[in-house]
Structure formats: structure tokens, C-alpha cells
Design a protein around this ligand. Sequence first.
Ligand code: NAP
Length: 246
Amino acid sequence: MSDRKTVLITGASRGIGAETARIFAEKGYAVGINYRNSKERAESLAAELRGLGVPVKLYPADVSCRDQVDRMVEDFLGDFGRMDVLVCNAGIARQELFTDVTESDWREMLGVNLDGVFHCCQAALPDMIRRKAGKIITLSSMWGQVGASCEVAYSAAKAGVIGLTKALAKEVGPSGVTVNCVAPGVIETEMNGLLSQETKDALAEETPLERMGTPRDVAEAIWFLASEAGSFFTGQVLAPNGGFII
Ligand code: NAP
């Protein structure tokens, strides 16, 4: 087995996940890129990262589907031999009045944002526990910490991710595995693509650091938790949000 460390990042075809893949590749990691729909973008990112001289593999899978996640993790372990870091980043968001949320909207939001984390952690952990080593980083949101109007399902799922992270950290700490959460503020990605410039300006104004965050701001926090420097952190929520919530 190679000495090169490995990372699997869900939802890495674009946005925060893609930038996280870039950081790990820059640090010399072998990178597994998961995506659901954006095949061309995932392939183009893979080509970019291979240019840095690291092994890269693509794993198309819907994280809300247990069997697809199991296959993805099995394939990753077959390709790379072990999983040092798992970043549960894949996510979706939707703004709607709570009274308009349908049963299927609710199931989809919880299915991707919370069940997805459950599936990936449960599939990845046996290998980590066997080796008594591993780092899991989950993605929540400041809305999972304080709640957002018109995003009740998203806030509920992201609050669930924080609960999952804290409880799992206690359970697997003695097995040498750390589990931490990154809860970003408002970040310039396609997830916020429908926001008007006026709304973006207002959000930046409401932020003490007077700007929206970049995918790099979040990817650096994820990298810190995965790096040696973050090795005494577990069960924590790190919040790159420019001071939006304190
Ligand atoms: P984004 O630009 O919309 O990208 C979302 C990524 O998730 C894409 O790569 C997408 O892949 C993937 N994805 C979505 N559903 C999936 C599924 N069922 N299975 C596998 N992959 C799936 O979002 P982002 O802004 O980078 O957000 C990344 C994470 O940060 C999310 O968990 C989000 O909730 C969280 N976050 C974002 C913000 C923000 O302001 N942007 C703030 C707080 C937290 P495809 O393109 O292939 O579908």
C-alpha cells in the first residue's frame, strides 16, 4: 500500500467541495471526487488535479442512496487501499415558506443533507476503526446553528449534522477517529446563485468582515481539521462565517 494519504470528498464537482479537492491535491493527497450530476465538471477538475501529479478517481453516486454510497466506498478502498479522510460535503438548499414544504421536499432535503452524512460515515468507518485512524469532516451551516427563515428543512438537516458529528466523535474517539464539523456562513457558490446582487450586498453588509466568504475560506477550515495541526480537535464546530453569527 502506498504511503500517500487519501481523501474522499462528496459533492466535489463544484463549489466548496471542488476547492477542498484542490487543497488536498496541493498537499499531495490521492483524491476521490464524488458527484451526482456534474460529470463534465468533475472530469475537468480531475484533469486539473492530475496535473499536480496526484492520483485522482471519480465516484459518481447519490449520497442519499445507501447502496450507491456503499459501492462508492468499496470502490474507493479497492482503488486506494484505505481512506484517511472523509469530507461529507454534498448538499442541497432550497428557500420556501414552511407551509409550502411538501413531504417530498422534506424527504429530499433530509435525504441528501443528513442521511447522506449517515450513509458515508457508516460506510467509511469500519476501515478507519480497523486501522485505528481516520478523520471525518462534515459540512453543516450557520443556519444549522441558529435557524433560517424560509429554510426550515435545510436548517433542521444541518442542525442534525452537528448532532451527528458530536455524538459520533464521542463514540469513535477511543478508536482513533476524529469527527468534526465545518459550519460556513454565506459563501459565493452556485448554491447562492439565485440571490440578487442587492441581497448579496445586504448579506455582506450584515457580516462584520463585510464580505461573503469564498470556497477557499471554507476549504482551509476543512484542511485544518484534517491536518496534523487539527489532530486534538474532535466533536467541534468550526465556523468560517466572517462573524455573521457569533
Ligand atoms: P454547490 O456549489 O451547490 O455544490 C453542491 C455539490 O454537492 C455539487 O458538487 C453537487 O454535485 C453535490 N451534490 C448535491 N446533491 C448530491 C447528492 N445527492 N449526491 C452527491 N452529490 C451531491 O454547494 P456549495 O455551496 O459548494 O455547498 C457545499 C456544502 O456546504 C453543502 O453541504 C452546503 O449545504 C454547505 N454550505 C454552503 C454554504 C454556502 O453559502 N454556499 C453555506 C453553508 C453551508 P452535482 O453538481 O454533481 O449535483
